[in-house]
Design a binder for this molecule. Structure first.
Ligand code: F6P
Length: 546
């Protein structure tokens, strides 16, 4: 790391030491305008960073570090299509998929904006034709079910978005199959009818073992019931960069929707991988979703670093990860519609920044990507919040909440919102020994009982939280939220000097699984396996039902 950056890190470290014994509560007491100073409103969304262990000086140092990391240049390189994914020699241009400005974007000297438009329009037409009953099943029935078969980025984004925007859905039911556990697809095949079902085989590579196993199973199931192989053309579509393999599978050319190697799997929800979303919510709403992502791109590209929401979120995460030993962070939406949001973010963040080698090929000497976890509130309060409040780990939390859900039961929604607000306050304030003592006294506990209970009832507090509140979960809002986290992950990758866009770490397991599968198929264990692996395989052989 350059000397100048090391010096800034040292300043940040000293600053962290000075903040160790200062509570967030006291920072509020010292500055009556802290909320105004550390929060932003953007497109009617409130981003409140004020309940963090941060002051102006530490934030300025962090911004200085980002500047010296050439963050602005890195942002431009990404948007302009420079091959920043250098280990795969690829540009990183998911932002081009939602670029509604009409701006030309070049990859290898070719303007890609036209191709993007062509594939988008083709996919949106297909979606509308299904929704309007123009594309019928092979026996003339209107399509009622769509099954998206894909995994990782070809599953998590579409599934999460369809769940989140369910209130916009039409009368086609979208099902998702991802796991190679046969139980997953069998559950879906039990409830759909081949005459009114379309399968979307979603795979960037069209080689992924799980997806191809499920796609082949779906095809066999379909042909067993519909006999004529040509009928596959009515009921199967493919979303992929590998057109040859889609054709070999039997998908007709008109049902193949393409995208490009410069769209990473976990960033592909904006591409034709999002076809299931367009079928569910309609093409106009899908365009609104793209617009939300585009708006966040504009903010990210144009705002100065100290007013740039993804940059600030990234810097706060960096601060806790590097200087406060936070190994994990939780994302808790107080919004049932965002049930699958944290799961989606896990791939986005952990597959992107789960790296140990920097851009110069050296092992890094610091922590990189944190462990991201979480689920919706209030369910999380009754499962793992105990650990966040009173455990030994330091866990920053992002809270998300929706002001108007569309539910008519506003009074019950207020119960949800009160819990959301209360948790952020409780995590910050905690409960002191004196408060516990006072409380137990007022409840008439004896002195001995008070001494016994007191330490267990103290909450240290001072747990940092970010709060994001949106007025309504519209397609635009969701697009904006996803793009926000994408850019946060990008910024952190720049600060850690890693390539956030490859994922070599998933390869080894895939290769070994293929070898082990062939051994399971022929019933012979390779003696070169270690003792445990051989023992596990023997146990499987001994217990397989023939
Ligand atoms: O898990 C590795 C990975 O390559 C992900 O990055 C990707 O989203 C997933 O597999 C699925 O890949 P594909 O879309 O090519 O089937």
């Amino acid at each position: 790391m350059e000397e100048i950056k090391t010096k800034i890190l040292e300043k940040i470290f000293q600053k962290k030491k000075s903040l160790e014994n200062i509570s967030i509560k006291s920072l509020f007491e010292a500055n009556p305008h802290r909320f105004e100073d550390f929060s932003f409103e953007y497109n009617k969304v409130l981003f409140d960073f004020s309940k963090n262990i941060i002051d102006e000086e530490s934030l300025n140092y962090l911004i200085e570090f980002a500047e010296k990391s050439n963050l602005v240049e890195n942002i431009n390189d990404m948007f302009l299509g420079k091959k920043i994914n250098f280990t795969e020699n690829r540009a990183v241009l998911h932002t081009a998929l939602r670029n509604l400005s009409g701006e030309q974007i070049f990859v290898d000297g070719k303007d890609i904006s036209k191709d993007i438009k062509v594939e988008l329009n083709k996919a949106l037409n297909f979606a509308e034709n299904l929704r309007n009953g123009i594309h019928l099943g092979c026996t003339g029935k209107k399509i009622k079910n769509v099954v998206n078969i894909g995994i990782g980025g070809s599953h998590l984004g579409p599934d999460m978005v369809c769940t989140a925007l369910n209130k916009y859905s039409g009368d086609i039911t979208v099902h998702f199959v991802s796991n190679v556990d046969p139980f997953d697809i069998e559950q879906v095949l039990k409830i759909v009818d081949p005459e009114n079902t379309v399968f979307l085989i979603a795979s960037k590579t069209f080689t992924t073992q799980e997806t191809m196993a499920n796609a082949n199973k779906a095809k066999r199931w379909f042909l067993d019931r519909m006999s004529e192989p040509d009928f596959v053309a009515f009921h199967f579509a493919a979303l992929s960069t590998n057109v040859r393999a889609c054709k070999d599978f039997g998908v007709s050319e008109s049902n193949i929707f393409g995208f490009w190697d410069w769209v990473g799997g976990r960033y592909s929800v904006w591409s034709v991988i999002g076809l299931s979303i367009a079928i569910s919510i309609g093409s106009a709403n899908f365009m609104r979703f793209l617009k939300g992502g585009y708006d966040m791109d504009m903010h990210f590209r144009n705002q100065p670093l100290n007013q740039n929401i993804p940059v600030l979120m990234a810097l706060l995460g960096f601060w806790y990860n590097e200087f406060w030993n936070a190994e994990t962070y939780a994302v808790i939406p107080y919004d049932q519609n965002l049930l699958k949001f944290s799961e989606f973010l896990q791939q986005l963040d952990m597959e992107s920044n789960g790296k140990r080698i920097n851009r110069s090929g050296e092992v890094v000497k610091y922590n990189t990507g944190p462990i991201l976890w979480g689920t919706i509130g209030t369910n999380s309060q009754h499962s793992f919040f105990q650990l966040i409040h009173q455990g030994t780990r330091f866990i920053p939390v992002d809270f998300l909440a929706c002001v108007n859900t569309g539910s008519e039961d506003i009074e019950q929604h207020k119960i949800l919102l009160s819990n959301f607000v209360a948790q952020t306050e409780a995590l910050m304030l905690g409960k002191s020994e004196a408060e516990v003592q006072e409380e137990l006294k007022s409840e008439n506990f004896s002195n001995d009982e008070i001494e016994l209970l007191k330490p267990h009832k103290v909450f240290p507090g001072n747990k940092p939280t970010n709060v994001i509140i949106y007025n309504e979960l519209t397609p635009e809002t969701l697009g904006m939220l996803i793009a926000l986290y994408e850019h946060k992950v990008f910024v952190q990758g720049v600060l850690w000097e890693i390539n956030s866009f490859d994922q070599w770490g998933v390869e080894l397991g895939k290769i070994l699984a293929k070898k082990i599968l062939s051994e399971l198929q022929i019933g012979k264990i390779d003696n070169k396996h270690d003792g445990s692996t051989k023992g596990i395989m023997k146990f499987l052989f001994d217990n397989f039902k023939s």
